[in-house]
Unconditional design. Sequence first.
Length: 530
Amino acid sequence: MDIQIHASAAPITTKNFGNEQTRRSISYHPTVWGDYFLAYTSNEIYGQEEQERQRLKEEVKSLLEAMPDDSLHKLDLIDAIQRLGVGYHFETEIEKSLKYVYDTCHENYDVFNKFKDHQGKFDESLITNLQGLLSLYEAAHFGVHGEEILEEALKFTTTYLDSSLFHVRNYMSTQVSEALEMPIHKTLTRLGARNFLSIYQKDESHNDILLNFAKSDFNLLQKMHQKELSDITRWWKSLEFGSKLPFARDRVVECYFWILGVYFEPEYSISRKILTKVIAMFTVIDDIYDVYGTLDELALFTNAIERWNINDMDELPLYMKYCFKAFSDVRVEITEELEKTGRWYGIHYVIKEMKNLVGAYFEEAKWVYNRYMPTHMEEYMKVALISSGYIMLSTTCLVGMGELATEEVFDWISSESIAAKASAIIARLMDDMAGHGFEQKVSAVECYMNEKGSSKEDAFTELQKLVTNAWKDINQECLRPTVVPMDILMRVVNLARVINLIYRDGDGYTNSKTKLRGFITDVLVEPVKI
């Protein structure tokens, strides 16, 4: 997409839009966390626990190295390591083993054909092997465009896995149920690790050394994440947005969980803190445009962001001044971090995408105030892909990623790579479907219904197909050789995973008292029992 929306993108209609009567009104529930995470203020080093983790890590590493690369048991061990969320400790060893398997066992024909019978259908004898059926189901989610056999495999396995729940009553039933709810490919690493720990422990063939290491690693990482969230919560409270901008959502804990889904590893601590602040600020800015600001005020705010001069604050109403000042401070923090790591060029890309996002917010606000409905989906998506925020987040998530964040990588994101655009499509359409009937704004659902003359149900069906296709786009760009390092691509994949989790059953971010509260408790509150 080559559009760049700025304050001057379209003329402003000013018919009585400056008075209080034009303000929209939506009431959001207050934060469910309050000051809870402020309690985590200790800088204590958990020496004994860390020593135990290191000892167990070396034992797991020895297990990996002792097994031959062509051993099926080694593949099972690698699978467990990754699903338990500790694969980041053994990336070199895992990469070496998987490369060997690929180089020695790779075949020129489609390996999935061997699961079919002479009539070209999936062999129903497969249903007696529940673990094999589950593996085929998981593999089918990595399909790309044109791989009809994987689409068939997904339908076949889903049907039989679903029916298996009626007669399987062991640890496998939990594994199947959770897979049907959320396949591995779309699961957040920390949440998936928490869930798989209980499943793996019930498996009689589990490895005690690996299990204990995974538990120790989970708890130590959780303490580190709690400390980070404590610092972020303290920053958030110091802004006093609760009293200065009471109309806006207070979701800073949910923001941190969101970004934890993008990168959880210890080396990305600074990245998490910065990106959490960014998404928290844009939640407030989004509410200014969607909920509270008049069109005249929004024009002033958009122009202020476009020029990004602190002196422009004088023209803004008081509530916008608070937001603009806090937002500018975050921008300075980003600039300082990029300069510190020698990636000063990145600030140009970050600021450009932030301006584009605010411009898209303003364009959508004008649609609402002028009661304008885009005439077709293409017109809507040209703006709405940007307003999803995911192009901006994909760009800003590079801050703090060190030498991986080259100028070429920033270019790749900014030029809307296939994966980045696909992630934005997933974000926009899932958000629109989740918010249908609640949000006071134009959405893809209304646009599709208006353009096609279809029902809401038909619109949801077609939009879900677009989401499915976007996942295939992501899968395609993750095939080796990749255009950028896999560590970079995974940030884009993880952004899609987070939006899929939070918006699959409604707007779990805005209405965070529901399932999202439980997810946060599992990952950031309750430790694993050793």
